[in-house]
Design a protein around this ligand. Structure first.
Ligand code: NAI
Length: 243
């Protein structure tokens, strides 16, 4: 598998799953631009990409229309027109419905869903061929108590994948990866309740996934080997969802 000569853009690429995706793409020869949200790990990730191929990084809030266009303009200037987009940036807030602030609901939808829309639009304004890969979640299929905005945003990303697969065919193939619980800051005890973590691990494989295990599916969907696949959602989830 080779992505030599390809330019990939990844949202939320500084850490976690996004970082693993950036490095896996660069390992196959792609030049990789990523955005992040004032993330202190961005410099280290950019250096790691540059050791493998060529990279570009910029702080840009994916929920902000102008920031997303600015990221695409700057990344294209640095690396050329994009061939691959990975919509990875995402945030999670956990609270019971009655206590959920409207502003928190709006922010989760804005980063996870609006951000994927804005970046996909920026991508198709700059190319009419290539791949879009959306990072959904197994919780977008299962639902999960106390995570309304997050699960709704991820369910919508799966629907968005199907719509854009139809709309952008045959030039752009659009697929989703729905990870199960993966060992990153998002699933750390600082960000998730012990109850939610225990539920996450109640799967046939009974362990967290590693970011690289998610990235391996993403690079397959970015590669020439997946040329007959569009509109699909692939679970990489230790068996949490079986379709
Ligand atoms: P993380 O919290 O470790 O990393 C998130 C990344 O997104 C960081 O690089 C951060 O700078 C960036 N980011 C956050 N808000 C942003 C914004 N407004 N604009 C631009 N960048 C922003 O998260 P993790 O776990 O790596 O998650 C990555 C994706 O995978 C998310 O979409 C998440 O919903 C999804 N996912 C994660 C799972 C997990 O168990 N960790 C399971 C299923 C899906």
């Amino acid at each position: 598998m080779s992505l030599q000569g390809q330019t990939a853009l990844v949202t939320g690429g500084a850490r976690g799953i996004g970082r693993a995706i950036c490095l896996a793409l660069a390992d196959l020869g792609a030049e990789v631009g990523f955005c992040h949200y004032d993330d202190p790990e961005a410099d280290a990730t950019l250096a790691a990409i540059n050791q493998r191929s060529r990279g570009f990084a910029m702080s840009a809030d994916v929920a902000d229309e102008q920031a997303v266009e600015g990221f695409f303009d700057a990344a294209c200037k640095a690396l050329g027109a994009p061939d691959i987009l990975v919509n990875n940036a995402g945030i999670l807030r956990e609270s019971p419905l009655a206590e959920t602030k409207a502003a928190d609901f709006d922010r989760v939808i804005a980063v996870n869903l609006r951000g994927s829309f804005l970046a996909s639009r920026a991508f198709v304004r700059r190319t009419d061929s290539g791949r879009i890969i959306n990072i959904a979640s197994d919780l977008g299929l299962l639902g999960r108590e106390n995570m309304l905005a997050y699960t709704a945003s991820k369910g919508a990303i799966i629907t968005m994948t199907r719509t854009l697969a139809r709309e952008l065919a045959p030039g752009i193939l659009v697929n989703a990866v729905a990870p199960g619980s993966t060992e990153t800051d998002m699933t750390s005890p600082q960000n998730m309740s012990p109850e939610a973590i225990a539920k996450d691990l109640d799967t046939p494989l009974a362990r967290f996934g590693q970011p690289r295990e998610i990235a391996d599916m993403v690079v397959f969907l970015a590669s020439p080997q997946s040329g007959f696949i569009t509109g699909q959602c692939f679970g990489v989830n230790g068996g949490s969802v079986m379709l």
